[in-house]
Write a protein that binds this ligand. Structure first.
Ligand code: GLC
Ligand code: CA
Length: 548
């Protein structure tokens, strides 16, 4: 059995990972072919984003059938083979469970539209109020969150796209269906579960207008959320000791996250929160650019590291919804390697379970698309239109999309210098990033100094030293406006991690005893000794360990 505190999870977006049959879409066999690469990196779990049958309006987060594999990705046999082949390499599979909503192509929704009351009660159908939407809530992808169905003269709720109808978890029959879905995959040998936007499943009893916001305060960490998670736990993964779970928590609070992830609560193993990835939103608006607010970033990490001492954080910079971190908080040109490694060290040596998103380990960058036709993501396309309607100039909208679009992280994995970066022999469903000549797996594996080997070392440090996995967290250099530093302690081991987030040289003054007994264990420049007054090169990052 794996210890999730010593483990690292690798996220695969199958559509963009590796295509084995030349149709331009990555597939499960592609994942199988690359397992040795992942074993070399040293990861423990592979989180696969949804591969279920789906109209792909939201790239698989709109599920039409929970019990099968979309033919674009392969078959159930391919999946079973993947589980088996991964296990042989001591890697386990984590699946993405999208249970807040189904596609409107799901048979439940189709039956609901046919007027079957049983299935209408699976969703939220509501009558108009004053001939309009039941509430003014906004969809997370833009526009109102209610879609009109003429036939019933009613609206249904969709917090995401209008083809993603929210399920009614207050209906016990829905919850039972959900347990059988989760158990189906557990029986297929899955050892990890990632629950999509799971803190949105409990809607309020009364639906009311939000005059101070977009409605999220009514359904985020909703009234029965803890009850539903406990029940889900008891009826599915809680019966198995060796299954780890992570909940994606949208706009959540620390207080709720503690409860979600405290082991005594029997809810989940750990949680993703996104507060640290909003420090470059202007007025909390994703579509308004602002430079990273480093003070805020530091404050948030300190708050969550300390506040979650009795819970457990999932640690991440990147995923399929976020731009690439090296382009975002680093410098993807002049200090590509240095900043990518610094960001990795800073995150991986924190308390929590690190997640690596495909391509992050070779420093893949944002896509920098220049034409709207290159974008595929539903959210990006919606906001292109919405921002235009707001009168924003097209060239400014492009600037925003180049920084914020979810397609930045979804471009095909860059395997080598050949056709389509070695991703596919056919035309990729999304353009390959032009920089694959400089950034690709093949070259990374040949260069002992590459970002890849830095990640590999970080992943192994977590296994090697208990302090990385179990140590407490002590913020250091709180007042320093450039450096993020912290200490971790566990039994005989002490770890000090120092990171310069800027491309200028900066100085850190440390107040630490027994400096001479600390040894450098990882750095992105030359190894050196710990000193009281420490000057750091651009994006320099260095960690020291002392064992008593
Ligand atoms: C999560 C997924 C995202 C998806 C949304 C709706 O945030 O990560 O990709 O669009 O949920 O399912
Ligand atoms: Ca394919």
């Amino acid at each position: 059995m794996k210890d999730f505190k010593k483990s690292t999870v690798y996220q695969i977006y199958p559509k963009s990972f590796y295509d084995t049959n030349g149709d331009g879409v990555g597939d499960l066999n592609g994942v199988i072919e690359k397992l040795d690469y992942l074993k070399n990196l040293g990861i423990d779990y592979i989180w696969l984003t949804p591969f279920y049958p789906s109209p792909q309006v939201d790239n698989g987060y709109d599920i039409a059938d929970y019990y099968n594999i979309d033919p674009n990705f392969g078959t159930l046999e391919d999946f079973e083979k993947l589980v088996e082949e991964a296990r042989e390499r001591n890697i386990y599979i984590m699946l993405d469970m999208v249970l807040n909503h189904t596609s409107t192509e799901h048979q439940w929704f189709k039956k609901a539209l046919n007027g079957e009351e049983k299935y209408k009660a699976f969703y939220f159908f509501k009558e108009p109020i004053n001939n309009a939407e039941p509430t003014n809530w906004e969809s997370k992808f833009g526009g109102n969150a209610w879609q009109y169905v003429e036939k019933f003269d009613e609206y249904y709720l969709h917090l995401f796209d209008k083809t993603q109808a929210d399920l009614n978890w207050d209906n016990e029959e829905v919850r039972k269906e959900i347990y059988s879905i989760v158990n189906f995959w557990i029986n297929k040998g899955v050892k990890g579960l990632r629950f999509d936007v799971i803190n949105l499943i409990s809607k309020p009893e009364k639906f009311e207008n939000d005059f101070n916001g977009d409605g999220r305060r009514f359904y985020t960490d909703g009234p029965r959320i803890h009850e539903y998670l406990k029940e889900l736990n008891q009826n599915t993964f809680g019966k198995h000791e060796d299954i780890i779970t992570v909940g994606e928590m949208s706009s959540t609070s620390l207080e709720n996250c503690l409860k979600y992830s405290k082991s005594q609560e029997n809810e989940l193993s750990m949680v993703f929160n996104f507060h640290h990835l909003k420090v470059d939103y202007n007025n909390q608006n994703k579509w308004e650019l602002k430079a990273c607010d480093f003070k805020d970033l530091k404050m948030l990490f300190n708050e969550w590291q300390l506040g979650m001492e009795e819970g457990w954080n999932a640690l991440f910079w990147c995923n399929h919804d976020q731009p690439r971190i090296v382009s975002r908080f680093g410098n993807d040109r002049k200090y590509h390697k240095e900043s990518a490694k610094m960001l990795a060290t800073m995150l991986h040596l924190l308390r929590g379970t690190p997640y690596v998103y495909q391509g992050e380990e070779i420093g893949m960058t944002n896509a920098y698309f220049t034409n709207i036709n290159q974008y595929v993501d539903v959210e990006s396309l919606n906001y292109f239109r919405i921002l235009k309607e707001q009168g924003i100039a097209e060239e400014d909208i492009y600037k925003v999309l180049q920084e914020r679009s979810r397609d930045n992280s979804r471009t095909p994995m860059q395997w080598n210098k050949f056709l389509n970066a070695g991703f596919s022999d056919g035309k990729p469903w999304l353009s390959v990033n032009d920089n694959y000549n400089e950034i690709n797996v093949e070259d990374s594996l040949k260069d002992k100094n590459s970002i890849f080997y830095h990640y590999k070392r970080l992943i192994s440090l977590r296994k090697e030293y208990d302090v990385v996995a179990y140590g407490n967290y002590v913020p250091l250099l709180n007042e320093n406006n450039n450096v993020f530093a912290y200490k971790r302690e566990y039994l005989e081991e002490s770890l000090i991690v120092i990171n310069n987030f800027y491309e200028t040289e900066v100085t850190a003054v440390l107040d630490i005893e027994e400096l001479e007994s600390y040894k450098c264990i990882i750095t992105n420049y030359e190894e050196r000794n710990l000193k009281q007054i420490f000057s750091l090169k651009p994006f320099e990052s260095i960690a020291f360990l002392k064992i008593n």
